[in-house]
Design a protein. Structure first.
Lengths: 413, 413
């Protein structure tokens, strides 16, 4: 029983962990190309911060890991990386702006576990703090398109503006005090369909006319809604940079979190969402900081891992296996392994005192591309045969010219 | 109040976070060179696992973040990465051996916060599971020496064997049932000194004669203790590979954790310990797995960060800043930035609509090495001047030949 992982959480064994790491490295690379810098914050935050009205409110207690520590402090495991960022910015008012940070770390939610919904998962976030310029929206979207490309994913960024949705909703007879509830229902469109949303709206006593507007295009909306202009400008910029085919206006995109104040986006790949974000110009002020415009995006690393899992086949980073023929050649094997490692090449040696046949079985199973067997002859003559496992080809190499080995091994990968 | 980090925990702002990341990447590189593969496990584990007798025992409850979740499960935040590893191995008996995994993740301890002692910190662990061969001890130590070198640290690995310490203690009149208590006191030698340990031993009714033995060298011990032979063999191997000067025998090294069964080590740099480990051949079996020999090492990333903090000056990964002269050149600036980014170069553009002077102040403060100002002339003539900030040197570059820019920028770093 106690040998299982905690309910709703998972281990990443080597093959999966290596792919996960590759995804995270890709984000790091792309984020840095856009001038974002890394940051880390603690897994635990004061519950009073997590439950602040501007963040998630008192109700969040039911959806997170909440507890009191031995000093009777009310704590919670962070449920996202945006609230900790807002805390850092609010408490460091002298930080130079724009503050462009990325953070790739785990978060925890006490959700009901479902398929592909974990209680622990990894977010890759990038945020721009301190500017209200539409250039920031452009950068976040352009960066997202780059990241998709680098990950080998065909996806789209759906874009909307909360204020536009609000304007259209009010024009369609939704009352101002019903807006939040109305958006919460619209947000479920993918899950429960148009009929489901209609039913919910009716139950809440909200005018359902809005549903007929949700597929409207931006040009037609521009004629009747003032708040369409900013989106129009953003789409022009994206077009000028030749990436408009990766972006799609979607008036039905509401996004659940209440802290968004303007443009919002969602990243979809073959249907499922792998990330989203938007502008949240009031969050930092609501934490007691200065009025500070902010925008960001958050990717779900495990969701991307699911998409890539069956596609990507990773190379083994161990390139050479050194097998002594008998125990007495252990010393020579060690020495050779150390010399090859000093050239920056990944090497394993036999740690199990196995016979050559068993060792070659292991090498094949692990997908290690090259093997060396060391016996009396090799030690005496100070040369060995480097066997390329797949081709069966052997190359003779002197112990004194390991650069030849490095060349052969590196050219094969 | 709620804008502070939780007691005993810290944020890593960009400069520190980038250094921390560099340390973690270095470990990853060295671990992979020795054939270790990555793994991740959840932050939370069942308390019944963490408190198992072979692991840390029931008393650990006082030293960890322990709580019950909404489903009334007793959980704890992991206090190390070895117990989760033992769980994974015990529950996957068919895993091919040797299983060489590394894991770089955060752990949590409810310690009394002191200077340089955090309640959240990062461990970089590497373990070899499934072999009792002394070659595994060699690999762990050789890898540690490589890691120190790559990190630019001058350190030593102190090595001992628990069984040797035990043998000498018994010869010195310590009773068998007093061994654990005796080692616990000896472990405090660095903190409370020889007199302090002597006082503790006396209070516990333990023969203090052992204290006279702790500085003995391995050769003299070999004459009176059978269990010195394995250490002797290990030191011979290290000598043959020319790394004996980085290793030091130390009979007083006990290491607190009870699960160690054989050789133990500790890594010290200029005094402070930055890591340690040893052989724990019974832990996996005590979790209900098969009898499985195991050995590993654990580095404290924050301790290394403290050592490097004032030494390492990291290069800014943003190499170019693009500043439009007026708002009307934003589009051209964006386009240029995107083109340079597509060459893999980190670029920031002005997101604050600042004047050129302010922008150059920002560029200097952030240490960005190159800047481009775009105005009417540049846009019209399709060329610009790339300014090297330190030297003040300017190079004229056509928009159509950005490879020239890439060459200049990359050669400067």
């Amino acid at each position: 029983m106690e040998l299982k992982t905690v309910k709703g959480m998972q281990d990443f064994l080597p093959e999966q962990a290596a792919k996960k790491q590759l995804i995270e490295e890709t984000f790091r690379k792309v984020f840095e190309r856009y001038g974002f810098k890394p940051m880390e914050t603690p897994a635990l935050e004061d519950f009073s911060l997590l439950s602040k009205k501007g963040a998630a409110g008192e109700a969040i207690k039911e959806e997170i890991y909440y507890f009191k520590d031995k000093g009777n402090r009310e704590l919670g495991m962070r449920f996202d990386l945006t609230v900790p960022l807002a805390r850092v910015v609010a408490s460091n008012p002298s930080m130079p702006k724009p503050f462009k940070r990325y953070q790739i770390e785990k978060v925890w939610r006490y959700d009901q576990p479902q398929q592909k919904r974990w209680r622990e998962f990894t977010q890759a976030d990038a945020d721009i703090i301190g500017t209200g310029s539409i250039l920031a929206e452009f950068e976040i979207i352009a960066m997202t398109i780059d990241a998709l490309k680098e990950l080998g994913l065909k996806g789209k960024v759906k874009v909307n503006d909360r204020r536009l949705l609000e304007e259209v909703a009010l024009q369609s007879g939704v009352k101002k005090e019903q807006l939040a509830e109305c958006f919460r229902s619209i947000d479920k469109l993918d899950k429960i369909g148009k009929q489901g949303v209609e039913k919910e709206l009716k139950e809440k006593g909200i005018n359902t006319q809005i549903l007929g507007q949700l597929t409207a295009d931006l040009n037609s909306l521009q004629k009747k809604a003032k708040t369409a202009a900013l989106l129009k400008e953003l789409f022009e910029m994206l077009k000028e940079n030749g990436v408009e085919q990766f972006v799609q206006f979607d008036l039905s995109l509401a996004r659940g979190l209440e802290y968004y104040t303007g443009i919002v986006f969602e990243v979809v790949v073959e249907g499922p969402s792998i990330g989203g974000g938007g502008r949240y110009d009031n969050l930092i002020e609501s934490f007691g900081g200065q009025q500070t415009p902010a925008i960001g995006i958050s990717f779900g690393v495990e969701r991307i891992l699911d998409l890539l899992e069956n596609k990507t086949k990773l190379e083994n980073k161990t390139l050479v296996f050194v097998a002594p023929l008998k125990e007495e050649f252990n010393g020579a094997a060690l020495k050779l392994a150390q010399q090859i490692r000093s050239l920056g090449i990944g090497v394993e040696i036999d740690l199990m005192q196995r016979k050559v046949g068993k060792n070659m079985e292991y090498v094949n199973k692990e997908g290690i591309p090259f093997a060396i067997v060391l016996g009396e002859k090799e030690v005496k003559e100070k040369k060995f045969r480097l066997k390329e496992m797949k081709a069966g080809k052997e190359t003779e190499i002197k112990m004194s010219e390991l650069e030849k080995l490095a060349k052969t091994v590196k050219s094969s990968t």
